[in-house]
Design a protein around this ligand. Sequence first.
Ligand SMILES: Nc1ncnc2c1ncn2[C@@H]1O[C@H](COP(=O)(O)OP(=O)(O)OP(=O)(O)O)[C@@H](O)[C@H]1O
Ligand SMILES: [Mg+2]
Length: 340
Amino acid sequence: MESLTWQDALARMPNQRILVIGDMVADEHIFTRASGMSREAPLPVLQFVDRKLVPGGATNVARNARALGAQVWVSGVTGKDSAGQDLRRLLTEDGIQCDELYAVDGHATPVKTRIWAGGDQQPVQQQVCRIDRVERVSTAPALCERVVADLACRIPQTDAVIVADYEICMVDDAITAAVLRCARAERKPVTVDSHGNLKRFPGAAVFTPNQPEVEFTLGRALRSRDDLEAAGSRLRKVLDTQVLLITRGSEGMSLFAAGSDPVHIPALGDSRVIDPTGAGDTVSAVLTLALLVGLPPPRAAMMAAAAAGVVVRKLGAAVAAPAEIMEALASTEGPERDRV
Ligand SMILES: Nc1ncnc2c1ncn2[C@@H]1O[C@H](COP(=O)(O)OP(=O)(O)OP(=O)(O)O)[C@@H](O)[C@H]1O
Ligand SMILES: [Mg+2]
């Protein structure tokens, strides 16, 4: 069979239908300028310059899939608060379907506030701290029933499901079981990107944990390349999955796919990293779509790495457009390696 070019693969993505279920997070960015030292305490005084709210957590996964043209539905909850309203508006403006996004009484939309500071003659912003307002609560039983009913209707109409579990509230045992059961019955692949124990998702087709999440699941640290290779290969079998892609921050990522040796992909792009926030969300969205349109796992992972290399050069949770991914792939491989 003729292998797909990168361009062909990207061109097929707009026909794909993706359900993203998980924890909706609002990422707030506050930009400031350092204006001097406080007289009250040994710390700098920051003058407010601007505020920006961007979709984070599962909503960042959704935006990344949407940036590649996919039709995207989100399933999750927000509070009945301004952050929740802003998230819904931003997602809707992006063309993401929010019918299964519920605003719930008594639930506070998780907000992660990052404070950035620059100087008068120094426009480069540096993150100085992050303030989280995240309540870990359980999904109300009535809502859980509603979500399970939604899944039964939605999953047959999607091509893949991405579980974006930030261990906040949405991905509890009942909802996890419903996703896996329904996806299995409909033969739809599930990608799991979870901060929790990966063994909670047996049989999911794809996993995209970062290394600390793998270490948490294993209950021990990975100390060397050999250790990573042996543990990753074993974990892929234990999880009964086709593709385990372990992301490793500035070290890149390691792919464990059924029937092949581990593949290590260095972090792509140059050293102009501005903010790695949400790069893992980009990886789960791009890898899922790339596999769905028929790229073999090593090339799908390469495309995800290229997209991650694009978003780490942008401030905050960000998306990679097809043209940016093409440019990143071209600069790392050269056109002659388009069909590996
Ligand atoms: N500092 C960095 N320099 C270069 N590339 C990076 C850097 N951090 C992340 N990346 C790229 O992004 C990919 C995903 O990042 P990472 O492993 O940090 O995921 P993550 O911890 O799940 O991120 P998040 O939870 O913030 O979405 C990495 O595999 C790498 O390709
Ligand atoms: Mg992650």
